[in-house]
Design a protein around this ligand. Structure first.
Ligand code: GLA
Length: 434
């Protein structure tokens, strides 16, 4: 296909995997550690550097049209999350990191098998893959940590205020192990998953593209506002505080204490913009322009108490999950499953990032033998991840298939990618011609 598109052959190939987040949802952008693993599905790009300053992109999937631009004038349209914009994010991130105003051109053919808009991070995999392609074309070197940080930052050109989980695991993943990803400074530690149980991914088939709506950024802003109000309540300098983790670190207290502080400082009723302004002593104008992101300026309701409670409790669950994996007691699988179930309940009730189909799928998975099941990724659609005892796997897959995908009242297209067991895969790689 490369040959028929560009009339030449690729010089090298780059792959970057998608991921499944086992536990720790919507807390990376609050500064807290998360526990994902790479899946084997990935983005793969075939590349030929060219002498002209033209970037030509094609995709093996006919749904994604060809795109071409001059490599020294990269424009990323935030209003439409078109596929090539994710490539441009990675490209621009590297270009800016090295302070280059012009780049050589290239021909790229992109192929991928991560189901899109399903919470398995196909978009970040494309950003990371493009970043590594660009670095390779330039003949430069960066560490995996540097690459992950650059790509996390540059994906925000698309308009979503994501954390760094997806890009970090795409670069830092290693086959056979999940990773605890910690931020500031970014680092990854192996987490050995229990033998005797498997992680199964199931797609609710409700598509959610987080860049196409403001759901995601509203949550980021609610967490930011909660952090500021908590900081102010405890007499800290709240002006520069952006993340809930900063409040905990500045106060030097435990996550459990942060839950109590949240109960004292915030109320469960939603906050209006006026109330937030009164609490912080700022004008509506300052609030909109200096605190909120462009696509959240018209939001009228902020649920600060619920979001902060989710974040602090979820951050604690991640640490407990890692500890149980390390100590490996006899009932490891059951304990991990309980944490995953609690995580789903918190995402559904406190963070409100689930949807009826995900809740239904999680129930079905539990009914047919999962010890734990939860939504994974940003939510509002996409996939669940379930922890299933290995000896129940075959019946689990058959039963879930029948109960969720073969229902007469749901018009779902079941594909091979919809329900599958997964193992921790490896990270991004460059394949050079021998
Ligand atoms: C998306 C973001 C991540 C993370 C998850 C939710 O995948 O890109 O940074 O916030 O949602 O946990």
């Amino acid at each position: 296909m490369f040959n028929s598109k560009f009339g030449s052959i690729p010089k090298f190939y780059v792959r970057a995997p998608g991921r499944v987040n086992i536990i720790g949802e919507h807390i990376d952008y609050c500064g807290y550690s998360v526990l994902p693993m790479a899946v084997e599905q990935d983005m793969l790009i075939a590349v030929e550097p060219v002498k002209t300053q033209t970037l030509q992109l094609a995709n093996t999937n006919p749904l994604y049209p060809d795109f071409s631009t001059s490599s020294n004038n990269i424009q990323i349209d935030k209003t439409k999350p078109l596929w090539h914009n994710y490539f441009l994010c990675g490209f621009k991130g590297i270009q800016e990191h090295f302070g280059l105003s012009t780049l050589t051109g290239m021909n790229c053919l992109v192929d991928g098998n991560i189901p899109p808009s399903s919470g398995l991070s196909s978009s970040s995999a494309l950003v990371c893959c493009a970043g590594l392609v660009t670095l390779t074309v330039l003949g430069m070197n960066l560490s995996k940590v540097e690459l992950a940080e650059i790509c996390a930052k540059s994906e925000r050109y698309i308009g979503t205020e994501g954390g760094g989980m997806d890009q970090s695991i795409s670069f830092l993943a290693e086959e056979g192990t999940a990773k605890l990803i910690e931020f500031s400074p970014l680092r990854a530690t192996d987490v050995k998953l229990p033998s005797g149980a498997v992680f199964v991914i199931a797609n609710s088939c409700v598509e959610m593209n987080k860049a196409a709506t403001s759901h995601f950024n509203i949550r980021v802003m609610e967490c930011r506002l909660a952090a500021k109000l908590l900081a102010k309540y405890r007499g800290l300098q709240w002006g520069k505080v952006l993340r809930l983790e900063e409040v905990q670190t500045k106060l030097g207290v435990s996550l459990e204490e942060m839950l109590w502080i949240t109960e004292d400082a915030l109320h469960p009723e939603p906050y209006s913009p006026e109330e937030v302004c009164r609490c912080l002593g700022i004008s509506l104008q300052e609030f909109r322009t200096q605190i909120l992101s462009p696509n959240t300026q018209d939001v009228l309701i902020f649920k600060l108490y619920q979001r902060a409670k989710h974040v602090y409790s979820e951050a604690a669950r991640v640490l407990q999950f890692k500890k149980i994996c390390e100590e490996a007691p006899d009932d490891t699988v059951q304990l991990l499953g309980e944490l995953m179930n609690q995580s789903h309940a918190s995402c559904r009730d406190m963070y409100e990032c689930s949807c009826p189909e995900l809740d239904q799928l999680v129930d079905i998975c539990r009914k047919f033998g999962a010890q734990g099941s939860r939504l994974t990724g940003a939510g509002w659609g996409g996939c669940t991840v379930s922890l299933v005892p290995a000896d129940k796997l075959t019946s689990f897959l058959a039963n879930v298939h029948q109960a969720y995908y073969q229902r007469s009242d749901q018009n779902l297209t079941f594909e091979k990618q919809s329900l599958f067991a997964t193992k921790p895969g490896g990270g991004a790689l460059v394949f050079l011609e021998a």
